[in-house]
Design a protein around this ligand. Sequence first.
Ligand code: PMP
Length: 315
Amino acid sequence: SSPEDLGGFPRGELCRYGNIELSPSSGVLNYAQGLFEGMKAYRRADRGGYTLFRPEENAKRMRYGAERMCMPAPSVEQFVNAVKETVLANRRWVPPQGKGALYLRPLLMGSGPILGLAPAPEYTFLIYAAPVGNYFKEGLAPINLVVEDGFHRAMPGGTGGVKTIANYAPVLKAQMDAKSKGFTDVLYLDAVHKRYLEEVSSCNVFVVKGGVVATPATRGTILAGVTRKSVIELATDRGYKVEERLVSIDDLIDADEVFCTGTAVVVAPVSTVTYQGQRHTFRTGPDTVSQELYTTLTSIQMGLAEDKKGWTVAV
Ligand code: PMP
């Protein structure tokens, strides 16, 4: 293909996992000009082989983020093909059905040297893979969140809506503080009103009240999760009213159920949320909306249920 077909990137190659060479003055090291994605390849239940879940959504999200971070990005086709090749090259590392997945980490970075603040002159796109177990060993284990109103993840006009590496170092301190107090993770509020839910460090959040499922609208400060988008569609299909809107902390306190979604956690029920020192408890276990959506989603991802939406891609 011509260089344009490949988004300006030469055809890639497979190599053994190892260190890469990077200029000390690269854009990524100096100005955090970098993006990543996170995906999973599952071993198929029915007819062997592997499945990816909506990989073109990750490709599109990387392209969207690349525009914000002033980088060229691989085409959707190039991205998906590179992911497939990575899965095949690492097929012996894909865990058995039900025991986890092969996690894939595409990275796009400004790898060329740049001293003054400007986009780097060269870019590198790479993918590495690692087997991961199920996020929660016993399947669906409820998590405990703490609302953080002293730290924020993103500001309007910032980069909260793209998956840049620069969004993750700032949450480490809040996350470590939360873990040291026995919480699983932090739930962030918006930085302007300090009132509306945004997301957790690496997953989106939903609240359920009556038959209504609500999740914060993506207004540029939260990541538009692929799992979030899929769960919205599955919940709608199953007869729930789904609202993407401003969801306040009061809505959460008043909710019957709270759950998180993401590639790593899939669908994780939240059993408690601590806000201003008060612990609020929510329904978990069988007969919950989160359990129903977890089962529906994972059945499609693992090839146990018919994929009527064409979300899975066979490798
Ligand atoms: N929010 C943040 C900040 C994340 O890092 C992730 C993980 N990619 C998500 C939400 C969930 O997105 P997805 O469902 O695409 O994994």
